[in-house]
Design a protein around this ligand. Structure first.
Ligand code: ADQ
Length: 732
């Protein structure tokens, strides 16, 4: 299987030089880990190759063609104006600050959103042109969150995975985002979506629940009849590309010796970051200032080496940060520096891999304190270079890396005083103690490396896509509309059983608000063709609701309370399917439900003749979902020896008689006329499964919304059901 990687940048950036167009390689762990897989599987890597020239350039195009031929790197060229609006717009000025929990830095304009959509579409077009059956497509990061869905729509069967490198924010923060629904649905176009940590994954799940109303389990969710697998899959580094240099490279050896000479007798504290406001550089510098203030013995001894690569310099916030860092470095060096000692050595550019490795190895302390970070690879690189050494890692609790690096000294970077104290303590730890911690960290970094990460991701993606293709019985197929319509048109005696809420009408926040529009009633009557076909609404609703909405209507069968009571089309009389049971059971169940109402603001009880329901549609979705499990468990215990059952439905728990189920009603309806030659049953929740279960195999059983079901077919929404019924009514 070919691996097709999609990331916003290609591993090579194209630059014009005196010798013509040249590709400058980027050296991230992503390229190191995925490059060999691309090579081995004859795969492709799609990405932007860097800014293009004003006018078409033949030589440039020839270079790009060669990249594609030789390395599988496919350039997705974006017109200049679009590229600028895209990179400086929605991803970096809207998503980046918001996902890192800086909502006050969020900038948004409709034009930047349009550029985001346009760029994602261009990626889709480039990929679709070159896809082959069996390809595994792996989409990376926040620049391309719409892409999985765009690809799914264009090539429904393709295997698509998505990995988010940056944090996914708490749902309260995420919901601020303009176009939040599109982003979530975009990602859910994939078969498998993975995040750096369980916390990010759980934020994603709660956003899906709160914004799209879709529940998920820990590791998957259903939508549109597909499963999307979810997982936390922390990225690793390629340790050999650091350790290898350390052990075998002469330049690194020389650099290391030079550093040791220069800083002899001193303690090196090292920070390496992109110059980004999420990395906590000013906070760190201030904490260092406090450290020097509180620990005079470190003056003249400690040196903070801060390396910061400028990035996104066209965005004003980044220019401000640069000025702020310059100022803070100046202040500390001015206040504490001596002719023999500079407290902060500040290097504001990219350093070579050799120099970086030497610095990592020579440092006594790795100071990695982002305010928020998806993972933070610097923490892992530092550990990789400290094999058998006694360096200590000071790590922010807000870096994804903290979830895996418990042996580090974990700090809250916003608390500068305590950070300073923690650094002071870390420097004072006995060497044996430091060595032990570092050894444990080192083993983990070596094991959860970039190769293992890539392999596990592709394995999970492959499995997720395979289970979608072979979903078999648990997942109904899409309804072949023309065929169903034709079968109905050809029949003489049809029986049509239709659930109400969530099937004929959308779910309403308050049950009383879900009244049927008049066109729906006439559509249903029309389908009945004056008694030729039996059309029944089969619902858990009470007969009071039915009376209010369908009181004067003649021509429809109405089954209320899941089929406990029935009203035939020609009469206004309801009859019970079984003799009325004594009502005293309610006295036992009601107090239990009331206890849950008291605990769950926004929830309420609906009392019907044959059942009691606890509704929590308007309550906090996560809390009430969790509480409903507890309720069902305690009801099951209470009702064990009775005819009553506790049933879960959409955002509700219902206590009803086991015999009052929708399956019972089928028998009654079939007996009420000639043997049917067409059967249709449409429903959307668990109680409708009783209906599907008693239908013969050739019946048209349809589940509305995703998820496993005994139905043969599925439709997406009540709107789709309406369109189907209209098609059936059109010539009947
Ligand atoms: P970044 O925000 O770029 O990545 P990080 O994980 O720290 O952050 O990676 C930075 C890389 O750049 C490291 O490999 C580091 O060695 C290198 N680097 C930084 N400064 C340098 C300098 N001055 N000279 C040379 N090299 C330098 C995003 C997310 C992270 C996530 C990664 C990977 O923001 O949270 O860890 O993707 O998923």
């Amino acid at each position: 299987m070919r691996l097709v990687v999609v990331s916003n940048r290609l591993p090579l950036t194209l630059r014009g030089s005196a010798e013509g167009w040249v590709g400058e390689p980027s050296s991230g762990g992503l390229v190191t880990a995925l490059g060999p897989v691309i090579q081995r599987t004859g795969g492709l890597w799609f990405g932007w190759p860097g800014e293009g020239p004003e006018r078409a350039d033949l030589e440039r195009q020839t270079t790009l063609d060669r990249w594609e031929r030789e390395s599988g790197f496919v350039a997705v060229d974006l017109p200049r104006a679009l590229a600028t609006r895209f990179y400086q717009g929605y991803p970096n000025q809207t998503l980046w600050p918001l996902f890192h929990q800086f909502p006050s830095l969020l900038e948004y304009s409709p034009r930047s959103w349009e550029a985001y959509v346009e760029a994602n579409n261009r990626f889709r077009d480039a990929i679709v042109d070159r896809l082959e059956p069996g390809d595994l497509v792996w989409v990376h990061d926040y620049h391309l969150m719409l892409l999985p869905r765009l690809l799914r729509e264009a090539v429904p069967d393709v295997a698509i995975g998505f990995f988010l490198h940056i944090p996914f924010p708490a749902s309260e923060v995420f919901r601020i985002l303009p176009h939040r629904e599109e982003l979530l649905l975009g990602v859910l176009g994939s078969d498998y979506a993975a995040f750096q940590t369980h916390r990010h994954l759980s934020h994603f799940r709660s956003s899906i629940l709160r914004i799209l109303g879709l529940s998920s389990s820990m590791d998957r969710l259903f939508l549109e009849g597909r499963a999307v697998q979810l997982e936390a899959r922390p990225i690793g580094i390629a340790p050999e590309s650091f350790v290898g240099l350390l052990e075998g490279d002469q330049a690194v050896g020389a650099a290391l010796r030079k550093l040791r000479r220069r800083f002899e007798g001193r303690r090196i504290l090292l920070s390496v970051d992109r110059l980004d406001y999420t990395k906590g550089i000013p906070e760190r510098l201030r904490a260092y200032g406090r450290l020097l203030a509180r620990a005079p013995h470190l003056r003249g001894q400690a040196v903070l080496v801060q390396i910061a690569v400028p990035s996104r310099e066209r965005i004003p916030r980044y220019r401000e940060l640069k000025a702020q860092v310059d100022r803070l470095v100046g202040e500390i060096n001015g206040q504490y520096g001596t002719p023999e000692w500079t407290p902060v050595v500040y290097i504001r550019r990219s350093v070579s891999r050799a120099d970086l490795v030497a610095l990592y190895a020579a440092s006594d302390l790795g100071w990695v304190t982002p305010l928020r970070d998806g993972m933070n690879l610097v923490a892992k690189e530092y550990v990789a270079c400290q094999k058998d050494a006694a360096g200590v890692l000071v790590l922010s609790e807000f870096a994804g890396a903290a979830a895996e690096m418990g042996e580090a000294v974990i700090v809250n970077p916003y608390d500068e005083e305590r950070t300073a104290a923690a650094v002071e303590r870390a420097l004072a730890l006995p060497p044996e103690h430091r060595r032990e911690r570092m050894a444990a960290l080192h083993r983990r970094v070596a094991r959860n490396n970039a190769f293992a990460w890539a392999e596990r991701f592709t394995d999970s993606l492959r499995r997720a896509a395979r289970s979608r293709l072979h979903a078999g019985s648990s997942e109904p197929a899409r309804l072949p509309l023309a065929e169903a319509t034709a079968a109905f048109h050809a029949c003489r005696n049809g029986v049509l059983l239709l659930a109400y809420d969530g099937t004929l009408v959308p779910l309403a926040p308050r049950p009383a608000e879900a009244s049927p529009p008049p066109e729906l009633v006439s559509l249903l009557l029309h389908l009945g063709a004056e008694g030729r076909h039996r059309v029944a609404i089969v619902s858990g609703r009470s007969r009071v609701d039915f009376e209010r909405w369908f009181g004067d209507v003649e021509g429809l069968w109405l089954a209320a309370e899941h089929g406990a009571v029935l009203r035939p089309p020609t009469s206004h009389e309801w009859s019970a399917i079984r003799p009325s049971p004594p009502e005293d059971w309610k006295e036992h169940v009601l107090p239990v439900l009331e206890h849950y109402v008291d605990r769950t603001p926004g929830s309420f009880i609906e009392a019907k003749e044959y059942s009691l329901v606890w509704h929590y549609r308007m309550s906090d979705p996560e809390f009430s979902e969790w509480l409903s499990n507890e309720l069902v468990a305690s009801l099951e215990e209470l009702l064990a020896e009775t005819e009553l059952r506790a049933i879960r439905a959409h955002k509700s728990v219902e206590v009803k008689f086991a015999w009052a189920n929708k399956g019972e009603i089928v028998r009654h309806l079939e007996a009420a006329g000639p043997a049917p030659d067409f059967r249709l049953a449409v429903g959307d929740d668990q109680t409708d499964e009783d209906l599907f279960a008693v239908m013969p195999p050739e019946a048209w059983t349809i589940r509305v919304g995703g998820g496993p079901s005994q139905a043969r077919f599925q439709l997406g929404s009540p709107g789709d059901v309406r369109r189907m019924l209209e098609a059936m009514a059109s010539t009947s």
